[in-house]
Design a protein around this ligand. Structure first.
Ligand code: SAT
Ligand code: MN
Length: 619
């Protein structure tokens, strides 16, 4: 074994903590070779060459997609595996009822031995990375050790990687330690274990996305959420977007939607209304601190996007399409005979792939083929800087001021297009009781409604009851608390088509929210909170195929009586740890439902109209 650090900074800094950890892992995993990554273009160029030579990367058409590659993951390794993801804190109750728990002792006996000789015959890459802008007081350092060069290439895009992170780390022991090995890629021997008490992650048996890019969900959400609770800030599964309106005001909003529900599309939307401009700051993760003046300030800890390809087109997300035309990594998309990436929905005019297209598993797509050519969770990895709508906020060390928080789910029924919570506490209740239908971002059935509080169900690293309490405690620290909204782009008509066109038209909903934030838009009170007043919502010039204001904003008291029962059933799983105020909010919802039923006993509102919007992956 050769210890061959290629990064001068390591030698200069002599970080003994990093050094000791590298040596300890090398002793167990017995790699042939160790490379400490510096993040340079020479380094990545060498890795790309190696990956093209061994088939890990397929170079795409160099004139149409310069410096871009396709990677095909193992067919049993195509999405996050929530059932194999564990929080390994000492006490089970600290992980809470929504997490899988494994004791650190059990992890040591069950998972640690899998790393034994796991890197024999392979190179061990040490990848220092920084989450957040280089000169931000909120940025944090992590180091991922991995035997996957594909992971290294992704981390180089997704984070500020290499020397910049080592410089920030200096001699400190203050870094998250992520250990990743592909192992044998068998789901039988796949584990993603988080140790919040030692700020460590062990991941083995997967090379895909959030399972393997440990900086992302494992560090920036699961471990960071625990640190945020201890230190009084928030680590959230949220996009960050700035919207400049025709009055010239820029308002920043953060929005939590579960994976595969359109965060990326909203973050870089091209508004359909004139005079509005969108600035993208983040598309997946948001770290928020209570800043000067009692406002939340948000940074995007990431530097790149790991976006869902399927459904992305010039119609649904032109900015993403323009971002991925060079220096991109595509995972599990199909490839046309001329070497360009292809996925379902890329060209709404031609729903079938061109003849001779190779699917995500490397098989030629025949003319009778019905199954998709790209995997539904196929992804592109690309630098945020390549997105035409990226804003200066991405590099702002103190973050951007957040005036509104949006929670959102994918709900075919019941949830109206938008409503506003009546207070910060009510907003926390709305987030805590969010329901959304499952998507292909995680393995398992799709389209199944589940409680996904604040879109953090798979990402909260501790007991969710304590997470709710932490949110409730943040409110009083804010002299300018954000307004809290809930949106649902996915409401369907009886015939199953979407009622709302989504995408660029979502600016109409943002317009109402921004005007509410500035005290300018009218609202109507419902049992859920405020919805836009009948004449206060801009539907001008919108083709909605017969759907009406009522179809979008109807709140059915009978349906919400059932929802309120489901909320309580869900909240009860947290037992005595649940903050009382959430139970009080549930009781208040029940009272409002009863009042609504009493004041409008019959007839029930007309069924939603026919709608006409085409189906799409996210909106
Ligand atoms: O966790 S991943 O990074 O694979 C994608 C997601 O679920 O958002
Ligand atoms: Mn996500």
């Amino acid at each position: 074994m050769r210890f061959a650090p290629r990064c001068d900074a390591v030698n200069q800094l002599q970080n003994q903590f990093l050094d000791q950890w590298i040596q300890a892992i090398a002793t167990i995993a017995t790699p042939d070779n160790i490379v400490v990554c510096d993040g340079s273009s020479e380094e990545i160029g060498g890795l790309e060459k190696k990956m093209v030579a061994d088939g890990t990367f397929i170079a795409l058409n160099g004139s149409r997609y310069p410096h871009s590659f396709l990677h095909r993951s193992h067919p049993s390794d195509v999405a996050r595996t929530e059932q194999l993801t564990f929080i390994c804190c000492e006490k089970k109750e600290d992980a809470g009822p929504t997490n899988n728990w494994m004791s650190p002792a059990e992890a040591k006996s069950r998972v640690w031995p899998l790393f034994s000789k796991a890197m024999a015959g392979r190179t061990m890459y040490v990848v220092p990375y920084l989450m957040g802008p280089a000169d931000s007081p909120y940025a944090r350092v992590g180091v991922e050790i991995t035997d996957s060069p594909y992971v290294v290439a992704n981390l180089r895009v997704m984070t500020r990687m290499g020397d910049v992170a080592l410089r920030r780390l200096g001699n400190s022991s203050n870094f998250v330690k992520g250990l990743h090995s592909l192992g044998d890629l068998s789901p039988e021997r796949r584990f993603i274990c988080h140790f919040p008490e030692t700020r460590t992650v062990w991941s083995i048996g997967s090379g895909y996305g959030g399972n393997a890019l440990l900086a992302k969900k494992c560090h920036a959400l699961r471990l960071a959420s625990v640190e945020a609770k201890d230190e009084g800030w928030l680590a959230e599964h949220m996009l960050i977007v700035g919207i400049t309106d025709p009055k010239g005001r820029t308002t920043y909003l953060a929005a939590a939607f579960p994976s595969g529900c359109g965060k990326t599309n909203l973050a870089m939307m091209i508004p359909s209304l004139p005079g509005y401009k969108v600035e993208t700051v983040g598309d997946d993760i948001c770290w928020m601190h209570v800043g000067e003046g009692g406002r939340l300030r948000a940074i995007n800890p990431e530097a790149g996007m790991f976006g869902i390809a399927v459904g992305t087109s010039m119609k649904t997300n032109p900015n993403a399409m323009r971002a991925v035309v060079n220096d991109a990594i595509f995972t599990n998309v199909a490839v046309t005979p001329d070497g360009t990436p292809w996925w379902e929905g890329i060209d709404p005019v031609h729903p079938r792939p061109p003849p001779g297209t190779i699917d995500w598993r490397g098989r030629v797509v025949g003319p009778d083929r019905t199954e998709p050519a790209a995997h539904p969770n196929a992804r592109y990895t690309v630098s945020m800087r390549q997105c035409p709508s990226v804003g200066a906020g991405l590099e702002q060390p103190s973050g951007v001021p957040i005036s509104g928080i949006i929670f959102g789910g994918r709900r075919a029924k019941r949830a109206p297009l938008v409503f506003e919570a009546t207070s910060f506490t009510h907003g926390v209740y709305v987030g805590a009781t969010m329901v959304s239908e499952t998507t292909a971002a995680a393995t398992g059935a799709t389209g199944v409604p589940r409680h996904d509080p604040m879109a953090m169900l798979p990402f909260c690293g501790y007991n969710m009851a304590d997470y709710f309490r932490h949110w409730l405690e943040i409110g009083p620290k804010l002299s300018h608390p954000p307004k809290i909204f809930h949106v649902n782009w996915f409401r369907q008509s009886k015939s199953g088509s979407f009622l709302w066109p989504g995408f660029g038209e979502n600016i109409r909903v943002m317009q109402w929210m921004i005007d509410r934030i500035h005290g300018e838009a009218d609202a109507r009170s419902t049992l859920l909170g405020h919805v836009p007043a009948r004449n206060g919502f801009n539907l001008d010039g919108l083709a909605m195929g017969g759907a009406s204001y009522d179809d979008l904003f109807d709140v059915d008291p009978d349906a919400w009586a059932e929802e309120a029962d489901a909320h309580l059933k869900f909240l009860r799983i947290f037992g005595s740890r649940l903050p009382d105020v959430l139970v009080e909010e549930q009781a208040a919802l029940v009272r409002r439902v009863a009042e609504a039923r009493a004041s409008a006993p019959a007839p029930k509102s007309s069924p939603p109209g026919s709608g006409s919007t085409a189906r799409a992956n996210s909106r």
